[in-house]
Design a protein around this ligand. Structure first.
Ligand code: AMP
Ligand code: MG
Length: 486
């Protein structure tokens, strides 16, 4: 059977020319496959046989433009570390087009690392192998941990080197997202005072992501409300998992509510509310405990961009925006509290849950305990009905209080099973990622990459329990800093 070609339907391309520039990828010398994401290909309705064919590889490396693809680089702006930047854009990414799967869901297909664009500003538009592997692995982990995220459909070696501090092997990631439309896309047009473009963009986003908003009395206010809820829920999930995004600039916030930009992100090992990994975040703006507040700040700047659409008078528009934004803390906390209660096997309705969570986090912080592993240890405690692993009196007292919440063996068994579904055994830890990247880079050997990928695709499975994937770093393995993926 001949592989089935991709059918594109490029709705963003049909928007005005001011939304993007036409830009073909720049060919590379000798591409080869690192990974093709079979489950994702299936989900979005792309023939896997095509992706694995010569034609498929040519597409994934930017060496040919397949029929129906209309490659563009999109323009946006953004607040970066709080500072306004009026003009950014896809500087190393090219949108090949959009596809619709058999359930009617639309996806962007984007190459990342495929050469310079109008928005590259001196950069080479390329990506080194390390950040491509990192994004592929971490986004796949996020997906399997139940976090809305952009995903890697494929990763390929280019066969060329990219010059960074030293020459690095080049790679290209094919990224799939519900869309890549950012808070910063709205902010770009709002800042130019181009209300017509702003309206077109808002209408596009409503029909693409939030069609229910059309039934509301004021669809643009409803759009803001829907985005607010999506982002509040997204960040609550990051917090519950100990995920630190690291670069929550408004150009990295998608209006569809999926996680994007896996540059300096990291999962915490030891619990530390102030934890920061990113080498460029010297002020700790995007540290763990700041993420919900930053999300709300970002939403405020998004609302500001929407103001001209929200009401006839500015005063009315501001009022409408405020009503929506004020709901953020409640939506966020509702979701976060419920996730955390479930992480310790309690019903979110249990009145003791929030106090137990607060004191548990304080203990983890004071005793520098591993965030992910501690919840799995609690499962052991519950299974044995006694504290096994830590004889600190404060920890034992906490455990006693917690164990009192369960009446009888059925309740304990139910709690255990629920905890097993929400507390991962393995997360993509920095030290493991670094090791896998360095092995792949040095030897071109993909075996450690593929092994880790397998674990991350099934992160709640107890079978990983005694493997390296379920261990925190030893002192000499500790990774203190992460870097932007350029
Ligand atoms: P990011 O850190 O991915 O959010 O990137 C911030 C901005 O820098 C975006 O507009 C990128 O397109 C641009 N950029 C990042 N890396 C490169 C690169 N290698 N070449 C050109 N532009 C880049
Ligand atoms: Mg970015």
């Amino acid at each position: 059977m001949m592989p089935e070609p991709i059918t594109f339907d490029n709705s963003y391309y049909r928007l005005p020319g001011s939304f993007y520039s036409n830009q073909n990828p720049t060919p590379v010398s000798s591409p080869s496959v690192i990974a093709v994401n079979q489950p994702l290909a299936k989900e979005i309705g792309i023939d896997q046989a095509f992706l694995c064919s010569d034609e498929g590889l040519k597409m994934l490396s930017g060496n040919t433009i397949v029929e129906g693809s209309q490659p563009i680089a999109t323009v946006y702006a953004g607040y970066q570390f709080g500072h306004w930047n009026p003009q950014l854009g896809d500087g190393r990414a090219i949108l090949l087009g959009e596809i619709i799967n058999n359930t009617g869901k639309r996806f962007d297909l984007q190459l990342k690392g495929s050469g310079p664009t109008l928005y590259s500003r001196g950069g080479d538009g390329r990506a080194p192998l390390g950040p491509v592997l990192r994004e592929y692995l971490v986004s796949e982990a996020m997906h399997n941990l139940g976090i809305p995220t952009t995903r890697g459909l494929a990763a390929v070696f280019t066969g060329d080197h990219v010059q960074r501090e030293s020459p690095e092997p080049g790679a290209i990631l094919t990224r799939v997202a519900s869309s890549h439309i950012r808070f910063g896309t709205f902010q770009y047009f709002a800042a130019k005072g181009d209300i017509e473009a702003l309206t077109i963009l808002a209408d596009h986003v409503i029909s693409r992501h939030y069609p229910e908003a059309l039934e509301s009395a004021n669809p643009y206010v409803e759009l803001l409300n829907e985005v607010m809820k999506k982002i509040a829920r997204l960040v609550s999930k990051w917090q519950a998992l100990g995920f630190i995004h690291g670069v929550m600039n408004t150009d990295n916030m998608l209006v569809c509510g999926e996680t994007v930009d896996y540059g300096p992100c990291a999962f915490m090992d030891e619990f530390n509310p102030g934890k920061v990994f990113s080498s460029i975040d010297s002020a700790g703006r995007y540290g763990y405990q700041n993420q919900p507040g930053i999300a709300q700040w970002n939403l405020m700047t998004f609302a500001q961009a929407l103001l001209p659409l929200l009401a006839d008078s500015e005063e009315q528009a501001v009022k409408q925006a405020q009503i929506v934004l004020e709901k953020f803390p409640e939506v966020y906390a509702g979701q976060y509290d419920s996730l955390m209660a479930r992480k310790i096997g309690l019903s979110p309705e249990n009145p003791a849950a929030s106090g137990l969570i607060a004191s548990l986090l304080e203990l983890l912080d004071n005793q520098k305990l591993d965030y992910t592993l501690s919840f799995r240890s609690l499962m052991e405690t519950l299974r044995e009905e006694k504290q096994l692993y830590n004889d600190d009196p404060a920890w034992m007292a906490w455990n006693q209080q917690w164990l009192k919440q369960f009446n009888g063996s059925t309740e304990r068994a139910n709690a255990l099973s629920a905890m097993g579904n929400i507390n991962p055994v393995c997360i993509p830890r920095n030290h493991i990622l670094e090791e896998v990247i360095s092995q792949t880079r040095q030897a071109g050997d993909l075996s450690s990459f593929n092994e880790l990928l397998q674990a991350l695709q099934d992160p709640y499975n107890p079978k990983w329990m005694n493997t390296i994937y379920a261990k925190g770093p030893d002192q000499d393995q500790l990774v203190l800093q992460t870097f932007c993926g350029t």
